[in-house]
Design a protein around this ligand. Sequence first.
Ligand SMILES: Nc1ncnc2c1ncn2[C@@H]1O[C@H](COP(=O)(O)OP(=O)(O)OP(=O)(O)O)[C@@H](O)[C@H]1O
Ligand SMILES: [Mg+2]
Length: 326
Amino acid sequence: MSPTETPLLEARGIRKHFTINDDRGPARTLKAVDGVDLSIQAGEIVGVVGESGCGKSILGKTILRLYEPNDGELLWKGEDLTAVSGPGLKAMRRDMQMIFQDPFSSLNPRKKVHQIISQPLRVHKLGAPSELTSRTEAVMREVGINPAYGRRYPHQFSGGQRQRIGIARALALEPEFVVCDEAVSALDVSIQAQILNLLLDLRDKHGFANLFISHDLAVVKFIAERIMVMYLGRIVEQASKNDLMAEPLHPYTRALLEAFPVADPSVRHKKKQIVVGDVPSPMDPPKGCHFHPRCPLASEKCRNEYPPLKEAAPGRLVACWAVNGE
Ligand SMILES: Nc1ncnc2c1ncn2[C@@H]1O[C@H](COP(=O)(O)OP(=O)(O)OP(=O)(O)O)[C@@H](O)[C@H]1O
Ligand SMILES: [Mg+2]
């Protein structure tokens, strides 16, 4: 893939802030996503990883415009997505789908499976009734669900099968871009691998790009080609999977990897730099680099100035004063 090719989707400086009005004093701002740049090429799988509450889901939903960004630009094949509304937005939505964590709560329990999978086709008025049936059955076969089970309800399936149904519903419209938000997090490890392999096979066959969001580095490592590490609403490191796993540069990425179980017994006794403390609140992020209170390398500058996300090596972006210096 040539880097000069227009990305399928590009986000520039995306922010999603919420105003919190609770009984704890005046209204405050929660910066769930605070200036994220992202670019994804057709057919590419990009992973987004980070601890709970760092803004992964809000990022995924904002780039699909399920939330309106407060600031920033979204480009779809070079066209300004933030300016599109009405029928134009509906047409673009066809090309962008989302697969959720909990297939049980995202599948209507009162609808039969073939109705659930064919619903997007009906909403977008794609095909005559006979075509709807054949398309629905074809996509069921693709995800490994026997079309004869189309008359069953979601509760009659196992967790892994329900996620296959969720995938079938997302793929029925043959999207070009899919956001998977913790798509395998609710499943047993053996079932996780089956679903991840299914997603890889389907991507190879249909060529959709995939933004794969997970708090679980093992899962992201399995599926993604490029990884973005998120901390308190911002991207702190971005690299190809191989570079990131071989040599993480940001202290937060290093800590995430240190906490990651290693199969090689020879490295078992290595001193680990496990990151201490909880993720601070996005309502009151630390001044300077948001990671500095938990960072072993923090200096005076880190306590005062947020480091820009800069190229630290070819194809590698890092937001860290200790890595990038001035
Ligand atoms: N609708 C909302 N209104 C206000 N704040 C919200 C809303 N949705 C999410 N948040 C807050 O935004 C921040 C980011 O949330 P988000 O769901 O994106 O985290 P996440 O990285 O997906 O976490 P997890 O791994 O637990 O799914 C959190 O502090 C969350 O409490
Ligand atoms: Mg989430």
